[in-house]
Design a protein around this ligand. Structure first.
Ligand SMILES: NC(=O)c1ccc[n+]([C@@H]2O[C@H](COP(=O)([O-])OP(=O)(O)OC[C@H]3O[C@@H](n4cnc5c(N)ncnc54)[C@H](OP(=O)(O)O)[C@@H]3O)[C@@H](O)[C@H]2O)c1
Length: 329
């Protein structure tokens, strides 16, 4: 794959959620083939170990962390383990997702798609923020389908958890999926703003549409549709290009808060680009996590302290001046 071809990633560490399948597995293969250590956050590390043996040339670069994104308890246990064992993480690829599920609620009381695709991965990121490299890159694997969510101004001003974690009578699997992807884009803008005076970068990447992976496994209609579309869609290898481009390309030095498609900058929907909404989403996300995880305030306080310390001591800090989000209020 040309994105990683000339890159020497020796000494770099990348965490990938959902690294055992589809696009996540391909990114694991590509990055480890260039010397990058990959932390595979998967819900079934045994299965992941078996899969990578057939795919990756050097499995000594891979480490497995059992992470079930359908429970905050599992994410907490996994990130505690990561913090204990790892020193620094340079790249985070928030890639795991579910699609096409019937309505179900997690043990934390959230609609499953919302929790797996967004909430738990945001929580994971905040938990490991302490060991992110000063110039870390975060990539949310996104989707063009975020455009299908169009809240009116009342809904964006009064953002509530029922809008995100859909109740049964408002649920369709595609709507839940689109909302989760919109949340990823909004979080990108929130983090790009929060990290404005640091070297950390955050991007969203659309891999391609109807890429035949296991994403469509939950409903035979989607399985049939993706199979039908396969000759007209990107291969898994091609689909991994844009998230990998965001993760490692030197072209992106000094920029942040940008949505990419086909390895090119692309405008997200107006709602996804609303900085005020991104702050509201962050507040709401923090509140609902805080209600369920007692230690969340400690994590936030620690992150703020570390951020303050790093901002005042890092000598080679560059201010990222071209923040791309807009304030739509
Ligand atoms: N395929 C497409 O056409 C397409 C289009 C746009 C965007 N995307 C995005 O691309 C990303 C990768 O998707 P993919 O197509 O490669 O699908 P995939 O092959 O189904 O991979 C999804 C990954 O997420 C993991 N996952 C699901 N539920 C989990 C949970 N509760 N805890 C931990 N991990 C969990 C899966 O693990 P298990 O194997 O254990 O289930 C799997 O590793 C997703 O963010 C998706 O939204 C895909």
């Amino acid at each position: 794959m040309h994105i990683v071809k000339d890159q020497d990633l020796t000494g770099k560490t990348c965490l990938i959620t959902g690294a055992n399948s589809g696009i996540g597995l391909e990114m694991t293969r590509c990055l480890s083939s260039r010397g990058c250590e990959v932390l595979m956050a998967c819900r079934n590390p045994y299965e992941a170990t078996t899969v990578v043996k057939n795919v990756c040339s050097d499995i000594s670069l891979l480490r497995f962390y059992e992470t079930n994104l359908a429970t905050l308890r599992s994410v907490k246990a996994s990130t505690d383990e990561i913090l204990k064992k790892e020193k620094k993480i340079d790249i985070v690829l928030l890639n795991a997702a579910v699609f096409g599920l019937p309505w179900t609620v997690t043990e934390d009381g959230f609609e499953t798609t919302f929790q797996v695709n967004y909430l738990s991965q945001y929580y994971l990121l905040i938990n490991i923020e302490k060991i992110l490299a000063l110039d870390a890159r975060i990539v949310f694997v996104s989707s063009e389908s975020h455009r299908n969510i169009n809240w009116d101004s009342h809904k964006t001003l009064m953002l509530s958890i029922d809008q995100l974690s859909l109740p049964k009578d408002e649920y369709t699997s595609i709507r839940a999926y689109n909302i989760s992807k919109l949340c990823g884009l909004l979080s990108m803008h929130y983090l790009a703003y929060r990290w404005l005076h640091t070297q950390k970068q955050v991007f969203c990447a659309h891999p391609g549409s109807f890429v035949k992976t296991r994403l469509c496994r939950n409903w035979w209609v989607y399985e049939a549709l993706y199979t039908f579309m396969k000759p007209f869609s990107k291969t898994i290898c091609q689909a991994a290009s844009t998230p990998l481009y965001c993760a490692i390309s030197p072209d992106l030095k000094g920029v942040s808060g940008i949505y990419f498609k086909d390895c090119k900058r692309c405008s997200e929907s107006d709602i996804a680009n609303d900085l005020h909404l991104s702050f509201r989403l962050n507040d709401l996300t923090s509140d609902v996590i805080r209600e369920r995880v007692g230690s969340y305030d400690d994590v936030i306080d620690r992150v703020k302290r570390d951020e303050y310390g790093k901002q005042h001591h890092a000598e080679d800090e560059t201010v990222i001046s071209n923040y791309s989000g807009t304030i739509n209020s």
